[in-house]
Write a protein that binds this ligand. Structure first.
Ligand code: HC1
Length: 589
């Protein structure tokens, strides 16, 4: 341990820790901008300076490791003046139209300006014409260089967490900017639309494309029936965005708020998460049969999940030769959209052209996914508008709804019932766990023992998790699986996906089934969820998801009565002609 004092208070921390981490232990807050717990240290903004006693030096506390006997002051006149000047200098090149900024009220630079009472400007405005580029081409993301403080959190996120590298630093000195290859629009480069750059950006330089006004217009139109679906992870993120603690579960209040906002049908993506288990599970068993019984050399294994659109875009760019390995299942969002304008429309007696289908997602890539040309199998655009968890919170605030005071309400029916297996889709490992709960019962004809419902090895934030299950006691149709050791892997975050895919490609690992989610922690850590985020927040959200699963009366997808009903009334059976037409797709190089 290393002993030091901060503001005269003694503290001991492990060797290698920084001054910032030591101060955190003493509950002394040092302001930061370029620093983020998820990322490697850059030390480029210097707003975290502190004074080292003895040499009177100002040092960047996020980058400076502690040393024995060190004496640090975090709140001297010199420190405060230096931080204030840094903030003022940042503001000289920053778009100051804060009242018109998308991140107004959620901006770290704005917070620091308020904290340091920056009320006048001592420095010359370096960019008086504010003639910056704003990239609004993507259906998912927007990039406004006039709000960038060049902290490079986005660049490190895109490279370190996501291994994508769509954005990088270009030019030097005052010309320096965050750019793409040949300064192209985000929509024209390898960006996966995951939105991790947004949740790591301290200002409004990177934001989601908002469809709030479009949705208000649809709600106000008396000729449209507006159907809304809510993703598994929204119910554990919305409360946090509205000022409740991380991991607060607000499912019933969210349903109630959606009705008050004016949505005509309030339905649940968990329903189509359950449907995905039926379709994807059957697809996996079909592939296994082709491989093990028919010895078909063309069958693509491992089969990979396809519900995370950031991951789908990543595999298209980086591993196109593995596209046949993707499950042909559309994501639950898109399955829902296709059914909203067919099955649901027919059931409620509304013409599909009069339905506007809205989804609330923790994810920005879902906006891109809804706009893919493949996603029109209902004969219309399957999902019209995608809002993030944050955008839903905006609508709730605009409508003057006192969220905390709402009472709990239930989703409408049909397509409003989800099982516990459906909700755990929102956490990394959840699709695998949900699939295993159902597959076990189908293959063995026996009920999963209650104590085995929770499959702990597939849970948690670890980069790559593995599970190997020996199949025993199969029933008739599935005897070809007797004694087979089913090998599965789960990963979250595209850097981890990259490592896993390279190992598969190099023949170092073999699996039958892999679950890959683009964002750290899975959808609960998606690019449309509240900021700020780190592993502590992700863990709280994860615990909330598993707690919700525990309390649901139905915890297996195949036991969801609305799933049983849709196969009876409409789809007939998994992988039927109708389900192929509406629920499946394929991606080509
Ligand atoms: Fe997800 Fe999914 S779990 S991808 O993270 O399969 O976004 O929550 O809605 O579609 O169900 C997201 C979450 C979500 C889909 C489901």
């Amino acid at each position: 341990m290393v002993n030091l004092t901060i503001n005269g208070i003694a503290v001991s921390v492990e060797e290698g820790k920084t001054i910032l981490e030591a101060a955190e232990k003493l509950h002394i807050k040092i302001p930061t901008l370029c620093y983020h717990k998820d990322l490697c240290v850059a030390g480029n903004c210097r707003v975290c300076v502190v004074e080292q006693v003895g040499n009177n030096k100002l040092v960047a506390s996020c980058a400076m490791p502690v040393s024995e006997g060190m004496e640090i002051n975090t709140n001297t006149l010199k420190v405060r003046n230096c931080r204030k000047h840094i903030i003022e200098l940042l503001l000289t090149e920053h778009n100051e139209e804060c009242t018109k900024c998308y991140r107004n009220g959620h901006c770290e630079l704005q917070e620091l300006s308020a904290e340091y009472q920056i009320t006048n400007q001592d420095f010359i405005d370096l960019v008086p014409d504010k003639n910056y580029t704003v990239d609004r081409i993507s259906p998912a993301l927007e990039k406004d260089d006039s709000k960038c403080i060049r902290c490079q959190r986005c660049v490190r996120t895109c490279a370190e967490i996501q291994s994508v590298g769509a954005i990088a630093v270009a030019h030097k000195g005052s010309e320096m900017k965050i750019s793409t290859v040949f300064d192209r629009a985000l929509d024209e480069v390898v960006c996966t639309n995951c939105g991790q750059c947004i949740v790591h950006c301290p200002t409004g330089a990177l934001t989601e494309k908002s469809y709030v006004e479009k949705v208000w217009d649809a709600i106000a139109d008396p000729d449209t029936h507006v159907v809304v679906q809510t993703a598994p992870a929204v119910r554990i993120g919305l409360g946090e965005e509205l000022g409740l603690g991380a991991g607060t579960r607000v499912t019933g209040k969210m349903v109630s708020a959606l009705r008050r906002l004016g949505f005509d049908s309030v339905l649940d993506t968990d329903f189509t998460a359950d449907l995905t288990i039926m379709e994807e599970g059957t697809e996996l068993l079909t592939r296994l049969k082709r491989a093990l019984v028919e010895d078909d050399p063309d069958v693509a294994l491992p089969m990979a999940t396809s519900c995370s659109p950031g991951w789908v875009k990543y595999i298209e760019h980086k591993y196109p030769e593995y596209l046949p390995n993707l499950s042909t299942c559309k994501s639950p969002q898109q399955m829902f959209g296709a059914l909203a304008k067919t099955y649901y429309a027919k059931n409620i007696g509304v013409e599909p052209q009069n339905i506007i289908s809205v989804s609330i997602m923790p994810c920005t890539a879902k906006k891109y996914e809804a706009n893919r040309p493949e996603m029109k199998d209902s004969g219309y655009k399957d999902v019209d508008y995608v809002l993030t968890t944050r955008e839903l919170a905006v609508m709730i605030r605009q409508a003057g709804i006192e969220f905390e005071k709402l009472s709990d309400e239930n989703y409408d029916s049909i397509m409003g019932t989800g099982s516990g297996a459906g909700i755990i889709f929102g956490a990394t490992g959840g699709v695998m766990e949900a699939a295993l709960r159902t597959a076990y019962e189908i293959i063995t004809g026996r009920e999963v023992p209650f104590e085995n419902l929770e499959i702990l090895p597939v849970r948690g934030l670890e980069g790559v998790k593995e599970a190997s299950i020996k199949i025993e006691g199969t029933v008739a149709d599935w005897n070809f699986l007797e004694g087979v050791e089913l090998k599965c892997a789960i990963t979250n975050g595209l850097e981890n996906a990259h490592r896993l895919m390279d190992d598969i490609k190099n023949g170092e690992r073999f699996y039958h089934f892999v679950e890959i989610m683009a964002c750290p922690g899975g959808c609960l850590g998606g690019g449309g969820q509240p900021y700020p985020v780190d592993d502590e927040v992700r863990m709280k959200r994860m615990e909330a998801i598993y707690a919700e699963d525990c309390e649901l009366p139905i915890r297996k997808s195949h036991e969801n009565p609305e799933i049983v009903q849709i196969y009876k009334d409409f789809l007939e059976e998994p992988l039927s002609h109708k389900s192929h037409k509406l629920l499946h797709t394929s991606y080509v190089k």
